[in-house]
Design a protein around this ligand. Structure first.
Ligand code: COA
Length: 297
């Protein structure tokens, strides 16, 4: 699908994306590149990185891949520094790396819980922390008038509760807390905007194939407000909007991009039945006071 944005809205920007070689992260890498940014991607799997970089370069996007695990502070530091060395500066950090699997709370080991917290929450903080010196207003290679931009990808699971995802819900709740707190502190001190996107179920992603087997997926469509799964493009366009000047006054916001799914509840009455029932109840309640003894009015 064509982008509704001008192709130069991110011209001259340098973006580093964790988990930028696959799934939602790769689509954001691609769309940022198509809108003028140079792209560095960080990931654990060399073959995934190599394929992603080749695909970006074949679109004419300046791209480079760096192997690294967001759980290791030395990797975070090395990759941030390598990005700045390669492209001369850093304008945008996208934290899209995530770990996920389904497990009941009873069967999940504390180490399983910690592993996802370490990747999603601690990893996001570590990347932000190591990128801060470069994202600050006046940081190396940056001009002194504006700070950079951080985008954290979370989820909507923790808005309510999610079966078999206690670890992911806790981790994404922490990511949202990071987004708001960094927006407050670093927005004030360094003019860095920090925002989040909370995707709902997005088709054709590793997350979806791990978390929603086909049977659940087709049932879910029945109560999704927009009657479809989201696409990676939906998330990437939101990312372009937030990263561009169109989003320059948006800070500390976490935008759910899920077609309204997190708000949805099973319909407990058909629409026509509501009309009938409501009128009947109204009539009854209007009639009620006259039936009461006058002494009680
Ligand atoms: N069910 C229950 N527990 C699981 C599990 C599963 N499917 N997969 C891993 N674990 C537990 C392990 O048992 C281990 O705990 P233990 O030591 O108490 O046994 C702990 O999690 C760490 O597992 P390990 O395989 O060593 O971790 P890893 O670092 O190699 O992999 C994961 C991290 C588990 C998150 C892996 O799924 C991953 O790398 N995912 C990245 C890609 C991804 O999930 N993308 C989707 C994005 S939405």
């Amino acid at each position: 699908m064509d982008s509704p944005f001008k192709p130069d809205v991110l011209r001259g920007k340098v973006a580093l994306l964790t988990g930028g070689g696959s799934g939602i992260g790769f689509e954001i890498s691609t769309q940022f590149g198509k809108h003028g940014a140079s792209i560095a991607i960080m990931g654990r799997r060399k073959n995934v990185l190599d394929d992603a970089v080749s695909a970006l370069q074949s679109l004419g996007i300046p791209a480079v891949g760096f192997e690294g695990d967001v759980r290791k502070r030395e990797d975070a530091q090395r990759v941030v520094e390598a990005t700045v060395k390669h492209f001369g500066k850093l304008d945008i950090l996208v934290n899209a790396a995530a770990g996920n699997f389904l497990a009941s709370a009873e069967d999940l080991s504390p180490n399983g819980f910690k592993t996802v917290m370490d990747i999603d929450s601690v990893g996001t903080f570590t990347m932000c922390h190591e990128a801060l010196p470069y994202l600050k207003k006046g940081g190396p290679g940056r001009n002194s008038s504006t700070g950079g931009f951080i985008l954290n990808i979370s989820a909507t699971l923790h808005y309510t509760a999610a079966w078999y995802q206690i670890h992911v819900s806790a981790a994404k709740a922490a990511v949202d807390a990071l987004t708001r707190n960094l927006a407050l502190e670093w927005g004030t001190d360094y003019d860095i905007r920090v925002n989040g996107i909370a995707p709902g179920p997005i088709g054709d992603t590793p997350g979806m194939s791990k978390l929603a087997p086909q049977e659940i997926d087709s049932k879910a469509r029945d109560y999704m407000p927009l009657f479809r799964l989201g696409t990676k493009w939906d998330i990437a366009m939101t990312a372009v909007y937030l990263a561009s000047d169109a989003g320059k006054f948006i800070n500390g916001s976490i935008l759910p991009v899920d077609g309204g799914l997190w708000l949805s509840r099973p319909r407990h009455l058909p629409k026509d039945a509501v009309k009938q029932l409501s009128r009947t109840v109204e009539k009854r309640s209007r009639a009620a006071p006259t039936a009461l003894p006058t002494s009680r009015l």
